[in-house]
Structures are given as C-alpha cells and as structure tokens.
Design a binder for this molecule. Structure first.
Ligand SMILES: NC(=O)c1ccc[n+]([C@@H]2O[C@H](COP(=O)([O-])OP(=O)(O)OC[C@H]3O[C@@H](n4cnc5c(N)ncnc54)[C@H](OP(=O)(O)O)[C@@H]3O)[C@@H](O)[C@H]2O)c1
Length: 315
C-alpha cells in the first residue's frame, strides 16, 4: 500500500513538472512573441538617447533605425569613420526629427584610459538605452589551435565580445542609477548556451554575456534599470556570411524590430519567434545529438568560408 502511494505521488510530481516545463516553453515562444505587447520604451528608458555599439552594419545598424523610428536620438559607436558618417546620414534622411552623434572606437583596443575617453563622450548625453551589440567571430569555425589568424584572432574575439558590455555598462550605469531608469541590452548568442566544438572562445564569451547580464540584473534590477540578454541564432548579416533569408534566418531589420519589442517582456530571449522555436527544440535534444548537428553546420560554414576566401584570392 505504502509503495503504491509513493509511486502515485512520485508519478504526479513528475507529471506536474513536465506540464510546468511545457507551459514555460510555450510561454517563452507564444507569450513573448505573440501575446505580450511592446512596452513604452521611452518611459522605461527615462531618457532620449540610445547608444549602440557595432552600429554601422547588421543587427546594430538595424537597432539604430528601429530606435530612431521610436523617437530616440542615436549615438553610434563603431570603428570605421566613413561608415559612421554614412550611417548617420542614412538615419537622418529617414528620421529628420532626431539627433545623431557618433564616436569612433576600435573595440580590439582594451585600454581602460581610452574607454574613459569614450565614456566621457557618451556620458555627455542622457543615455536611456545602451545596446551592447558589437561582437566578433572567427573567419570560420575551427578547433582552437587552428583558428584562422591564430592567437591574435583568439585575443581579439575575447576582447571585443567581453570588454565593451562590461566597461560600457559600468561607465554608463551611474547616470542610470541616479535617474532610476534605463535599459541595457547585451547581445549574446545561442552559441553561448551550449558548449560548441569549433566555436570555443566565441561560445565561451557569449556565455559570459548571459552571466554578466544576469549578475547586473541582481545588482541593479531593483533600482528601476532593465537588463536584457538577447541570444540570436542565424541572422542574415556579414558576420553570418550573408546567407539568404529564410523562415529561420531573418534579415537584420526584421530581427531588430522583433527583438526590441521583447524589452520589458522577457529578460533573456533569442529575439525572434522562429529562433525561439529552434532554441527550445535545441534544448530538448540530448547533447550527443546536438554535438553532431553543430559539427555538421560548422563544417558547412567552414567550407563556405574557405571557398569564398579562395574566390577572393583568385580575383
Ligand atoms: N548574425 C548572426 O547570425 C548572429 C548570431 C548570433 C549572435 N550575433 C551577435 O550579434 C551581434 C552583431 O552581429 P552582426 O551579425 O550584426 O555583425 P556584423 O554584421 O558583422 O556587424 C558588426 C558591426 O560591429 C562593428 N565592429 C566589428 N568589429 C569592431 C571593432 N573591433 N570595433 C568597433 N566596431 C566593430 C562593425 O563595424 P565595421 O562596419 O566597421 O566592420 C559593424 O558595425 C554580435 O555581437 C554577434 O556576435 C549575430
């Protein structure tokens, strides 16, 4: 009798746990991307300026346009002066009612003194939103001792992916804390949620982003500041090798609009509904199957990148 009671109790607990997990998965997909309405970003941010790093291409540039559309002044931060000027011009052509400034910074430079100078410029305005978007990947996935560019590349990927969200958040938070409003979005990657062979430093640095954001949320979340980690899968940008768009691979404009709509509704999400679907399926797979899938897609990326490099050499 006792054993029967125990078995029924244990079975009920397991069943409830499975139902709970299932509801959570459905909520992360449908709740975040279909049911929840976008919040009033201006009110949550509490100030008119949005700072975006890696702002001259891909996801970062699309965030800039989407934030400009929502009435924010934009502070672009990136490394190439001509692309910054061009991006500023393009934004103002479309949104003449806002202000756009830019700062040139190469984020492979880890000098705290140079960061102080950059922060002095950025703190000249009231920053409502900070989008820590800049990121760097290898030319193609490979095992760590064979990564194209060797130690230089490994060091740069670690520095570019880790330092900007750390130091810029630290340097801008004081104005947000005294205002008791602000939003910090850190762009990680789904590659940071599982250890991915061939992606070593990139995967590890993106794990750092999620961990850093979660820690900052615990430190400052109760002071009116919103922290969000965004973990995209494939978006059709230069970094991803400009693949064709598809159901699972949106263009950067579609992606940024969707990701911005999740601020305030989800603190850690992929940013796009079909990415969330893929991500949830990925998490249900046993690691050994996931490893095989990662290996196959890494091989495809490597072959595509090597073929492109060969083409360039022949031109
Ligand atoms: N695309 C994807 O499939 C994907 C997937 C997961 C996560 N992500 C993440 O999303 C973020 C944006 O990626 P993306 O695909 O949009 O990249 P992207 O199209 O290659 O654009 C990168 C942007 O960052 C700037 N940048 C690169 N290195 C820099 C440096 N050392 N200093 C200053 N600026 C620098 C680039 O400036 P220049 O124009 O001067 O080069 C450009 O504006 C990254 O954090 C990435 O890890 C992307």
């Amino acid at each position: 009798m006792d054993i029967q009671w125990f078995a029924t109790g244990a079975g009920t607990i397991v069943l409830l746990y499975i139902v709970y997990q299932f509801i959570q998965i459905v909520w992360r997909i449908i709740g975040t991307y279909v049911i929840c309405q976008p919040i009033n970003l201006k009110r949550k941010a509490g100030a008119n300026w949005a700072v975006v790093t890696g702002a001259t291409d891909g996801i970062g540039k699309s965030y800039c346009f989407e934030l400009a559309k929502r009435g924010f002044n934009i502070y672009l931060v990136s490394r190439t002066q001509s692309k910054l000027e061009q991006t500023k011009k393009e934004i103002l052509e479309k949104h003449s009612d806002i202000e756009v400034r830019y700062a040139t910074y190469d984020f492979t430079n880890p000098s705290p003194n140079d960061y102080q100078e950059l922060l002095a410029q950025l703190n000249d305005v009231n920053v409502g939103i900070l989008i820590n978007n800049v990121g760097m990947f290898f030319d193609h996935p490979d095992v760590i001792h064979k990564v194209e560019g060797g130690l230089d590349t490994l060091a740069n990927v670690a520095i570019v992916n880790v330092l900007p969200p750390t130091l810029l958040s630290a340097g801008i938070l004081s104005q947000m804390v005294s205002r008791k409003t602000g939003i910090i979005v850190n762009i990680g990657s789904a590659a940071g949620s599982v250890p991915m062979a061939g992606w070593s430093v990139y995967s590890a640095s993106k794990k750092y982003i999620s961990w850093l954001t979660a820690t900052l949320r615990k430190e400052y979340g109760h002071q009116g500041i919103t922290f969000q980690t965004i973990t995209p899968l494939m978006v059709a940008t230069k970094m991803a090798g400009n693949p064709n768009t598809s159901f699972f691979c949106p263009d950067s404009d579609t992606y940024a609009k969707s990701a911005l709509n999740t601020i305030g509704n989800s603190s850690d999400t992929t940013g796009y509904i079909t990415h969330q679907l893929e991500f949830e399926m990925m998490n249900l797979l046993p690691e050994c199957i996931l490893d095989v899938a990662v290996k196959r897609s890494s091989n495809e990326l490597r072959e595509r990148a090597l073929a492109k490099n060969k083409e360039k050499l022949l031109q």
